[in-house]
Design a protein around this ligand. Sequence first.
Ligand SMILES: Nc1ncnc2c1ncn2[C@@H]1O[C@H](COP(=O)(O)OP(=O)(O)OP(=O)(O)O)[C@@H](O)[C@H]1O
Length: 335
Amino acid sequence: MTTELVSEKIIETDHLTKIYQNRQIALNDVTLTIEKGWILGLLGPNGAGKTTFLRLVLGLHRPTAGTVRVFGQPMTPNAAMLRRRIGYIPTNPKFPPGMTPITYLDYIARLFGLPSSIRKPRLASLIRAVDLLRHSGEPIANFSVGMNARLAVAASLINKPDLLIWDEPTHGLDIEARRGMLELIKTLADDKTIILSSHNLSDVDEVCNHAAVLSQGQLIFSDSLQELKGRIRKNHYELDLDGEQKAITKVMTQLKTIGDFKLVNLRGRRLELRLSDDASNTGLLGQLFQMLHDSKVSLISIRSVGQQTEQAFLDLVEKEESRGFIRLYDQSEAA
Ligand SMILES: Nc1ncnc2c1ncn2[C@@H]1O[C@H](COP(=O)(O)OP(=O)(O)OP(=O)(O)O)[C@@H](O)[C@H]1O
């Protein structure tokens, strides 16, 4: 008998489309499957449709066309039982200012119908987990952005959901708070499926294993994060060299005559290189190493550079936008 690993589909959207009353096409024909255990980074510039997508998945909006299934069942505004299995954090979550973390979390837990015997210990452990114990009796009105974010995390976990949908959870956080949030996501990732919408691409880089990119309402990329990063990893490098400055400068001058080196930039003994998209990086780097060897220049280190996810994502959006322009241009030519 063969045992086959069957992937479990947590979210399936099929030609999902949302046009708002003002005729704005916020989401355009998005077909996407998200499987159990994925930590999906949902990326896209302002207005790309990320929040619209998340709200459709949550059943908070009705699609204009297409469908959403969550845990194998159709998601609709009436599917409250499905929503109970999702921990949602909206962008900039707001809480009743007069409540304290304890009264607020207790209120949410009651809405979920948790009995007191479960409610109390869970509430206590969540407040500890998000480091709000010292502030648990203080009014939320006095909370910083970071404390608000941690309270939102606790509230989204109160019903032990299988799926977390967090819209910009690191938005407005300082470095320390952001670090804490990312560590928390990594811990939760062990047994949950997570969708993380973020503008901060290094966050996605750090915690996600998959990425989806929206641009002008369209899904322009959906694959592993590795794949997204691989799109540019191969062509941008920084090298630290050692040897006579004259010899290093000579190598740089030689490199500039080779067309496939799109950027050759020397600062002291640090050489920055960008190769053309379709070049063989192995071949070109091999050539470079030979030149260094012939000129008696030592290679101290070589690394691929840049915020790789960010660059790959920007490249994708840029390409898609120029394709859109070409399509429009073609249509007007044909007309
Ligand atoms: N309730 C609404 N009514 C009308 N138009 C809307 C509504 N919500 C969003 N839009 C429009 O739909 C488009 C997509 O918006 P959405 O908020 O989904 O994008 P986003 O990627 O989440 O953006 P951001 O990163 O800025 O939050 C935008 O042009 C926005 O102005």
